[in-house]
Design a protein around this ligand. Sequence first.
Ligand SMILES: Cc1ncc(C[n+]2csc(CCOP(=O)(O)OP(=O)(O)O)c2C)c(N)n1
Ligand code: SF4
Ligand SMILES: [Mg+2]
Length: 331
Amino acid sequence: MPEERIKLYQLGTFAVGNRLLDPDERTVQSRSERSNTLTSGHRACQGCGEALGARYVLDAAMRATEGRLIAANATGCLEVFSTPYPESSWQLPWLHSLFGNAPAVASGIAAALKAQGRSDIRVVAQGGDGGTLDIGFACLSGMFERNDDVLYVCYDNEAYMNTGVQRSSATPPAARTANTKPVGDEPGNVFGQGKNAPLIAMAHGIPYVATATVANLHDLEHKVERAMELHGARYIHVLVPCPLGWGSASKETIRLARLAHETGLFPVIEAEHGEVVAVTKIRRPVPVEEYLRPQKRFAHLFGDPPRTDVVARVQAVADRNIRRFGLLEVD
Ligand SMILES: Cc1ncc(C[n+]2csc(CCOP(=O)(O)OP(=O)(O)O)c2C)c(N)n1
Ligand code: SF4
Ligand SMILES: [Mg+2]
């Protein structure tokens, strides 16, 4: 019988991939002693990438710190769906900051712990792309520049979802949002320079920067654990599809996150002290159209007439990423 190689994309879930790994290599989520940091009963939409990402990030950080962890959380979907006062789904010390100051609040917690000599307790901060790249950006840059001992995690769903899908500086070109309408020569969001938060974080020379998606949760856990081995300012940027804001089916969340990587639109990398140290290669390069089509926020590109010119510009963005980060696997 001819031999056929099987590629497993989702090593480390409850599914078959996990059982092929040694127990020590299995994901935090597959262990009975996982901390369930973000537990059931929260009010995220079905298929919410942010809820999934946060659960994996916090449980991995809890394991790495043996449960000695404090979180600061910016205003946004993650805070609203998890903590409608007086209820909360968090099972760790968790502070809701303002929309724009989670990095500063986390720095303050780290400073207070240092003053008390509590080097055993670690600090994470988390927020959406709006809270991180827009209103919280100055606080984040300060946290990086001072090298405060905080892991900051940005859950990037590419718009202000909590308040009704407004554009952020992480919204991709051509995407429809409540305030980037699909009209005119450049329908949807403009083709600007973009704001590449991981590269800007790297430019601060901080100990650790990584990107990840919810399509590879084992990789996400690994990066959180690596970050927790280090001290100083660390930054992880996680792509988390949002069915409501992207106009995608709930069941498509993982596939879209995978396609974002496989098109080259979302490079998955790891960097230490400003230098890229690892790149997740693309095993199956995919044209951007395959990623854009299932999302209603890009529906205006596939109408009558189709905007092939705009799709070509999005493809050029992906191609540039592929060249810039050497994303293609060379056999
Ligand atoms: C100073 C201030 N301005 C505006 C708001 C309203 N607000 C709360 S969350 C939010 C958007 C959050 O977007 P993002 O950070 O991307 O998180 P997401 O909800 O998408 O996860 C806005 C505009 C606020 N709480 N405070
Ligand atoms: S709007 Fe998006 S980010 Fe917010 S809970 Fe729903 S799916 Fe998650
Ligand atoms: Mg957002």
